[in-house]
Write a protein that binds this ligand. Structure first.
Ligand SMILES: Cc1cc2nc3c(=O)[nH]c(=O)nc-3n(C[C@H](O)[C@H](O)[C@H](O)COP(=O)(O)OP(=O)(O)OC[C@H]3O[C@@H](n4cnc5c(N)ncnc54)[C@H](O)[C@@H]3O)c2cc1C
Length: 231
């Protein structure tokens, strides 16, 4: 278990017999847990490549009053966990869309990670990607190294929207041009949509409120209802 931020962990699970999960990028699993004799189930989205052998990884944000969060915090290395799946009906096909506009808030980044990786791992997939990650603070941005590496590919660009920062000078140079402050709202969505190099298909993942807001903004920016997918 790797602590990424104050409340979020990247957790690696070994799979039996060096097997593969067999998930499609962006699909999720259901984790079973037990707290105070109460059985609970919650969804988590693997961030490891879909074809990773012998393991998978998830990003888990723990909430103070969360039940599964309590169970997760009780884990030690070597514990066994129970998962079922796959679930989710987003099926990515290489080159199906000219450009993917990924709008992610917090752990909503998770389904974007394997989709993005499947694009950059496949030299024949020429889909453009614009990924926008919304976080509270710079420290709170997940998987910075991975995202910086991905942004070096010719077809990928990344942006960040930080709701609790307000000084560009406090950010590393490499983030200044691609970071905005405040909330991701209509004006920025319109700017992003119009700066897409090809007709965008949007992927949205975050809280229910974020998802609803983004769907409204995308429609106002001229996208059709079949031009976005809400995780
Ligand atoms: C399809 C899908 C995929 C998901 N993938 C991931 C993933 O990859 N990583 C991940 O960390 N989570 C993911 N989630 C969310 C996850 O399933 C749980 O809802 C989350 O971990 C909280 O569970 P809990 O039992 O700890 O909290 P609960 O016991 O369900 O909630 C208790 C309290 O925790 C707080 N809380 C719980 N969830 C939220 C929230 N989203 N925002 C603010 N406060 C909250 C609230 O105060 C709430 O009252 C996904 C959810 C779905 C539906």
């Amino acid at each position: 278990m790797d602590k990424l931020t104050e409340d979020t962990y990247r957790v690696r699970f070994a799979l039996p017999r060096n097997s593969q999960l067999g998930l499609r990028p962006g699909q999720h699993l259901i984790l079973r847990g037990k707290v105070d004799d109460l059985e609970i189930q919650r969804a988590y989205t693997p961030i490891s490549p879909a074809n990773a052998e012998g393991y998978f990884e998830v990003l888990i944000k723990c909430y103070e009053t969360g039940l599964m969060s309590r169970y997760v915090k009780s884990w030690s290395t070597g514990d066994t966990t129970f998962w079922r799946g796959p679930f989710g009906d987003f099926f990515y096909k290489p080159n199906q869309h000219g450009e993917l506009l990924m709008l992610a808030s917090g752990t909503g980044l998770a389904p974007m990670v394997p989709v993005l990786q499947s694009i950059t791992d496949n030299a024949e997939d020429e889909t453009f990607v614009t990924l926008v990650g919304c976080f509270k603070t710079f420290e709170g941005i997940y998987l910075k190294t991975f995202l910086q590496e991905q942004a070096r590919f010719w077809n990928v660009r990344t942006f960040f929207v930080l709701s609790q920062e307000n000084s560009l000078e406090k950010l590393p140079w490499s983030y200044r041009e691609k970071t905005r402050f405040g909330r991701l709202a209509q004006d920025l969505i319109e700017e992003l949509v119009s700066s897409c190099r090809r007709k965008p298909f949007a992927l949205v993942c975050g809280s229910a409120e974020f998802t609803k807001d983004m769907a409204r903004c995308l429609l106002c920016a001229g996208l059709a209802e079949d031009s976005y997918f809400l995780f």
